[in-house]
Design a protein around this ligand. Structure first.
Ligand SMILES: *Cc1c(COP(=O)(O)O)cnc(C)c1O
Ligand SMILES: [Zn+2]
Length: 408
């Protein structure tokens, strides 16, 4: 048995195939490339039960991951996050079963660690010494930390407004960090110039094929944690859309090797009203999105005005009869508080967007009685300290809580 059943790369736009043993970026046609495996052999040689004795991290699915030699695995223990029941919130929404896949509990406190773990491991296997990427913060933090562990030099460019903690993570890991007074799309232009000039490995979203593979493990885990049954709906806060593309790819691969059957869950892309290109495209039944001018939202991870893989996100939504929903920043912060008060979870603004969308879809009757719904909380709320404003009373030493306050 092989560690990986990697076969080759292919283009979802023009069908061209590529050798996965060489460094590949985009297809010549400009599309992202997808990783393909020898699934017929996986089907014959691997059983679901074989997983039971393995470690509770994402590398338990190594046959369906692209790293060929286990010595190239760069891990900080990522994966197998809780799939938590939220009964009080479920009742509040009028949803029969509501589950949170909680990605706050991975290294660097966002699900970006999954893409970084697999992306950096494969880069190491391919002999990459230097990589560069634009980021809204969390991806840069994760890639800088995993690159440090792999001994790869990282150059990271992020908007000035990106969450400050991610700057610290990147800098502490010893990466070259640059801020840009603009959006992630502007950071992307700077990286493209740097890549062209200095021959760096371009680790921008979907410009290397392996980040999707790390993120797809969220989909495999959800299936395994539900005893290889499918939920009815999965909601995902969508920026570049890699998580959604990955979850869809994972579920299709699991179908192909016969580990799950029946109808796939309806996939829901959730965006912010201030940056909703996928929602607009879905409403217009379009195949691709258009650049969203002057995008703005406090949910920084989903501030992506134009995603390279938009057509793959939209395809996943159409093919699963899913939906795309926009929520306001106000709705996000209301929901963030609600989740903390009812269930004790301090979720990130992006995760709060997905919860707000679940509430809307239940209210609209799109989610129906008896359905099982999974919401991705993509990161920890504590990475965004400025998302919550508090003003507690300050007591001087010797001063005590007044009876009026106590009675509150
Ligand atoms: C990056 C990010 C997202 C969006 O993920 P994509 O896979 O790019 O759509 C959502 N939430 C958080 C916290 C993120 O950092
Ligand atoms: Zn192509």
């Amino acid at each position: 048995m092989n560690f990986s059943y990697l076969s080759h790369l292919d283009c979802p736009q023009c069908g061209e195939t590529y050798d996965a043993n060489d460094i590949q970026q985009l297809c010549v046609c400009g599309s992202p490339l997808l990783v393909r495996y020898k699934l017929d052999r996986v089907k014959q040689e691997l059983k679901r039960e074989d997983l039971l004795s393995r470690k509770a991290d994402l590398w338990r699915y190594h046959e369906l991951l692209p790293v060929s030699d286990p010595l190239n695995v760069v891990t900080l223990g990522e994966g197998m996050t809780p799939l938590l029941e939220l009964p009080k919130l479920a009742e509040d929404y009028g949803i029969t079963t509501l589950l949170m896949k909680d990605e706050s509990l991975v290294p660097s406190c966002s699900f970006k660690a999954r893409g970084a773990a697999v992306g950096v491991s494969k880069a190491k296997e391919l002999g990459v010494r230097k990589l560069a990427m634009p980021t809204n913060g969390n991806a840069g933090a994760a890639w800088a930390l995993y690159a440090a562990r792999a001994g790869i030099e990282a150059t990271i460019v992020m908007p000035l407004d990106a969450p400050k903690i991610t700057r610290s993570e990147v800098a502490l890991a010893g990466a070259r960090l640059y801020l840009v007074n603009g959006l992630i799309s502007d950071a992307g232009k700077i990286v493209a110039q740097e890549v062209g000039q200095n021959g760096l490995y371009d680790a921008s979203t979907l410009k290397e094929p392996y980040r999707i593979e790390g993120k797809k493990t969220m989909g495999i885990e959800i299936a395994e944690q539900l005893g290889w049954e499918m939920p009815d709906v999965i909601l995902y806060p969508t920026g570049g859309g890699v998580g959604l593309i990955g979850i869809y790819k994972a579920l299709q691969e699991l179908q192909e090797i016969g580990w799950v059957e029946g109808k796939l869950p309806r996939l829901v892309a959730v965006q912010a009203e201030g940056c909703a290109p996928i929602v607009k495209a879905w409403e217009e039944k379009a195949e691709r999105s258009e650049f969203w001018p002057n995008s703005t939202t406090a949910a920084f991870g989903i501030n992506v005005p134009k995603a390279l893989g938009d057509f793959l996100v939209l395809k996943a939504i159409y093919e699963t009869e899913g939906a795309a929903v926009a929520v306001s920043d106000e709705e996000m912060s209301v929901e963030q508080e609600k989740v903390a008060r009812l269930e004790g979870a301090f979720i990130c603004p992006e995760g709060a967007a997905a919860f707000a969308a679940a509430r809307k879809l239940a209210l609209a009757g799109w989610i129906t009685e008896g359905e099982r719904v999974v919401v991705l909380n993509t990161g920890a709320g504590i990475k965004y300290p400025e998302s919550v404003q508090v003003n507690p009373p300050l007591l001087e030493v010797g001063e005590f809580i007044s009876p009026i306050e106590q009675g509150k």
